[in-house]
Design a protein around this ligand. Sequence first.
Ligand SMILES: Nc1nc2c(ncn2[C@@H]2O[C@H](COP(=O)(O)OP(=O)(O)OP(=O)(O)O)[C@@H](O)[C@H]2O)c(=O)[nH]1
Ligand SMILES: [Mg+2]
Length: 382
Amino acid sequence: MKVKRYLVHDMNEAMIKIKSELGMDAVILNTRKIKKGGLFKFFSKPLLEVVAAIDEQPISTTKQVPIAARTEHSEVPPVIREAPAPNKSELEMSELKDMVAALIKKVESIENKTEPATETETPSDRYIEVLKELEIQAPIAKKIIEIVQRQINLSEKNHDTVMNAIKVIAREYLGDIKTIDTDMPGKPSVYMFLGPTGVGKTTTLAKIAARLALVDNKQVGLITADTYRIAAVEQLKTYSEILGIPLEVIYEADELDTAVKHFKDKDYILIDTAGRSHKSKELKSDYDELVHYLDDVNIFLVLSMTTSYKDLKSIIDSYQFLEQYRLLFTKLDEANSFGNILNTRVLTGQPLSYFTIGQSVPDDIEVADKERIIQYIFETES
Ligand SMILES: Nc1nc2c(ncn2[C@@H]2O[C@H](COP(=O)(O)OP(=O)(O)OP(=O)(O)O)[C@@H](O)[C@H]2O)c(=O)[nH]1
Ligand SMILES: [Mg+2]
């Protein structure tokens, strides 16, 4: 046993010294007040003598007093004594237990006060964060969690159960999927591909044309209104030759009607357009002209999955003049997060249609199956 004597002004000072020198397991053996001698003894405050000890062996709680508790001051001389005998200390022990319990409570309340973030963060906040990490916009994330919370108790269920419930609700938000309508009776169905430059409009059109012609055995006609670049016409001409599908090139919007009539025997007519920057002032008038030359045209708004939400939002804003269209996302193979599929669907209220997942014609295209979308969106969730 290591024993040490301390001369201090009060018990606080003693506790600090004992804890730092002997550690938390030290016990106080004795305390007493000491008056200073000499001329100034009547003016000086009494000092306190505290004797504390630390045992290398496990300490018997019935014999010794833990550091957390304080003994009564006594006037017993500063001898190193044995701690109070068990029979004498029965009452003391219960007092000590109460004191220790009170102290633990105090420490806990201090700890709680120092970590307000974890105390106030609710399970719903945590799951909203999970969805935001998946690039799902905050208002949508909040709404989904709000609905899930009405059905299950987030704090009682395990993570996987909650995530499955979230996926079910997210899936609902994806709405109906609208691809190319098959088996439309009568006149040809006309589809026009619009969207920003370089997103993959021409490649996607070629993929869909190839599938309609080669897999579904449909009669297809292609029209390109993209005569801004020589290469653009050449690009579609190459596909048209490989696939054996006829191509009409138009230079002015008013030629569109004639070109469509030319293909009146076809099942499907697919129209390619020149990509436009969504910041272009002519975008609305150019497309408006094309779209309104046709009575019944279905539009694919082609967007790249690699575009940020902020940019997607401003692109979508620039197409507000369109009443109805289908969302078509390209370049999923190049993207790291897929929350924007859900974000744009909710933002526009327009249906999703296809995804493209690479440059290969006609292979790299998928129907935007809801299960697949959920897989894409949540695949990076850990
Ligand atoms: N990685 C990847 N590349 C793609 C995908 N779809 C198209 N691309 C590539 O994107 C580039 C542009 O494709 P285009 O089809 O010419 O794009 P566009 O929208 O017609 O371009 P503009 O007519 O100039 O506006 C090409 O190199 C394509 O091979 C895709 O799903 N994934
Ligand atoms: Mg093109």
